[in-house]
Every structure is written in structure tokens, then in C-alpha cells.
Design a protein around this ligand. Structure first.
Ligand SMILES: *Cc1c(COP(=O)(O)O)cnc(C)c1O
Length: 330
């Protein structure tokens, strides 16, 4: 079977770098949505707890319940509670959703600072806060999300200044947070109450060197297992569509990892592994062929190197990995 290994030392290295920025471990909330960016929800929660991380961010109620015993605080980005839990907080993404939350729920209000995805507009904040009180919910924080934390087009600064205004006018006693990974590393002097870090913790952040000159360390490696091997003569082809044609005698082997397992099909034809092994032809659902006869083949050890083959980002490479692939902490 194909297998994923997770490097604990690389994870801890990344968390050290994140902690240098926040200067306070209790401000780090590790984003564990989407099976911890494909790394494995429980595996990453276990390691995070061992490091001393106290906060987590997830997408759903089910994810929150799965990890709540590892943390002091779990923020759910987009769901409503099925039952109350003292350590789980919920995001209000829209004024109309306030009525869906049971009395006593701990909530955080998401505000829209120009990303125009989720969150209430500045003008609605006051009425939302009133509504939240009337519903008997416990409002603890106001937060926003950046659309361009890893780009230099002016939006980052615009959203930041919009949020500063919101903070000034907000009632006392609330917490504030705005930074994802890229925003945290862009800040010279981070001073908010919390940061929601995902991709930096997983070591695959891609941020212009002018903002961050260090290098984080990818923690996930993926290995596939050989199913069969054969010798081809010049002119023989491999796989669907016969798109690979041997230009001489070659050894080709078929491995047990395909697009159904999360190997983006757009990598077909051109992909090369970190050990410089070339792919042969198209990726199939449960198989892919490579010009080697290694028993266990390292497919990748840094999702950032895979992403360009599929014209995508490391986030998609990672979250495509199916949860049934065995994860092993090394
Ligand atoms: C996914 C997500 C994050 C984490 O973003 P990274 O770029 O992976 O650090 C932070 N906040 C919100 C609201 C998110 O949805």
C-alpha cells in the first residue's frame, strides 16, 4: 500500500519559527481543517499537543469533536453545534445564521474587510452584536481573513486598515485575530490575540523572499508501492491513451497510487520525483507508472514541488490525499 510519513522534527521546526513570530505559544491556533491539510487529523493533533499547542481551528462540528480532547480551544469555521461543548467556539459568518445557534454557545464574529466571501460588513457589526446578545450567545472575538496575504497588490494593506477601524470601534473585552500563515510572516511586529496558521505549520508556505527569507520544512512525504514491473522495447507504450512511448529499451513499473488516491491527474506525462524518476504516461485511478523498478518509490517530499505540474498550489496537492492512506510519524 502507498504510505505517508510525517516528520515530527520538521513540524516542530516550523512551529519554532511560528513561535518566534507570535512570541507566545498560546497565541498559535493550528488549522486542522480538511484532515489537517491531508496530513491526518488525529496524527497532527497528537503532535501539536506534544509540542504544547493549545488551540486549533477546524471546519466542522465533527472535526471539532474529534480533536477537542487535545486542545483548550477549538474554533469551528463553518458549522453549527449538534450539542454544546465548553471548549468549542463557532464562527458567525452571516447575520441570518445567528438564530441557528443554541443559547449559551461561545461564538466569534467574522467580519468582511473586502474579501467578500464570508463575514458581516462593517455597517452590520453593531446590529449583529445586539442580535447575538438577544439570542443568548457568548461573543468572544471578532476576526477577519485575508484574500491577498501572499500577494503585493495593495489588498493586504487595505484589509488591514479596514480591520484596524473595526477594532477601534468594537466593544471592549473582545479578542481579535486576522492572520493566516502568510500574514503572520509578513508582520514585523505581530501583536494580535491569536494567529490561525495552516500551511506554514505544514512547511509548504510560499511567500515572496522579500517578506520571509527563511525556509520552512515540508513534513509530509508520500511513498507508493510497486505492483508490477516489465521491460519495454523501443516503440512500446504505457497506460491509457498509449501516451508514453519508449524511445529505447526501458524498465517500467506500476505503482499503487493514482488520481483516486489523490495524485493529481494533471501531473501525467511530465512528473519527476525528487529522486529524478520520470513518470511514464497517464496517471490512472489507482495506478501510475514510472521508469524505475524500485519497490517503494518516493512520489514527493514537498508538495510545493508537485503543484506546478498540475498548475495548482500545495494546498490542493495535500488536501487531495485520501484519508485511508496510512500515516506514520517518523
Ligand atoms: C484555511 C484558513 C486559514 C489558514 O490559512 P493558511 O494560509 O493555511 O495559514 C486561516 N484562516 C481561515 C479563516 C482559513 O479558512
Amino acid at each position: 500500500m502507498s504510505k505517508i510519513t510525517l516528520s515530527k522534527s520538521n513540524f516542530f521546526y516550523n512551529l519554532d519559527k511560528i513561535q518566534e513570530k507570535t512570541r507566545d505559544i498560546s497565541k498559535i491556533a493550528l488549522v486542522l481543517k480538511d484532515n489537517a491539510y491531508g496530513h491526518g487529523l488525529i496524527e497532527m493533533a497528537t503532535l501539536a499537543k506534544e509540542y504544547g499547542i493549545q488551540k486549533a481551528v477546524v471546519r466542522s462540528y465533527d472535526e471539532a469533536m474529534a480533536v477537542v480532547d487535545f486542545f483548550e480551544y477549538v474554533l469551528v469555521l463553518a458549522d453549527t453545534p449538534k450539542s454544546a461543548h465548553e471548549k468549542i467556539l463557532y464562527t458567525i459568518n452571516d447575520a441570518d445564521s445567528i438564530q441557528d445557534f443554541p443559547v449559551g454557545t461561545r461564538v466569534e464574529l467574522k467580519v468582511n474587510t473586502s474579501m467578500n466571501r464570508n463575514g458581516v460588513n462593517k455597517e452590520e457589526i453593531e446590529s449583529c452584536i445586539t442580535k447575538i446578545k438577544e439570542q443568548g450567545l457568548r461573543l468572544e472575538a471578532i476576526f477577519m481573513h485575508h484574500s491577498c496575504a501572499d500577494e503585493s497588490n495593495g489588498n493586504y494593506e487595505l484589509q488591514k486598515s479596514n480591520f484596524e477601524l473595526i477594532k477601534k470601534e468594537a466593544p471592549k473585552g473582545l479578542r481579535f485575530h486576522s492572520c493566516n500563515s502568510a500574514a503572520l510572516f509578513r508582520e514585523d511586529d505581530f501583536s494580535e490575540d491569536m494567529v490561525r496558521v495552516g500551511i506554514a505549520a505544514y512547511g509548504c508556505m510560499e511567500l515572496d523572499q522579500k517578506f520571509f527569507s527563511g525556509n520552512l520544512r515540508a513534513i509530509l512525504s508520500l511513498y507508493a508501492k510497486k505492483i508490477s514491473s516489465r521491460k519495454l522495447q523501443k516503440g512500446e507504450s504505457v497506460g491509457y491513451g498509449a501516451t508514453f512511448i519508449a524511445d529505447g529499451a526501458v524498465v517500467v513499473s506500476n505503482y499503487d497510487f493514482g488520481y483516486g488516491d489523490g495524485f493529481l491527474r494533471a501531473c501525467s506525462g511530465s512528473y519527476k520525483t525528487p529522486e529524478d524518476v520520470k513518470i511514464a504516461g497517464r496517471i490512472s485511478m489507482d495506478n501510475s507508472s514510472f521508469l524505475t523498478d524500485k519497490e517503494s518509490l518516493l512520489i514527493f517530499n514537498d508538495a510545493r514541488t508537485v503543484a506546478p505540474y498540475a498548475q495548482t498550489i500545495s494546498y490542493e496537492v495535500l488536501t487531495s490525499l485520501k484519508s485511508y492512506i496510512k500515516r506514520e510519524i517518523v
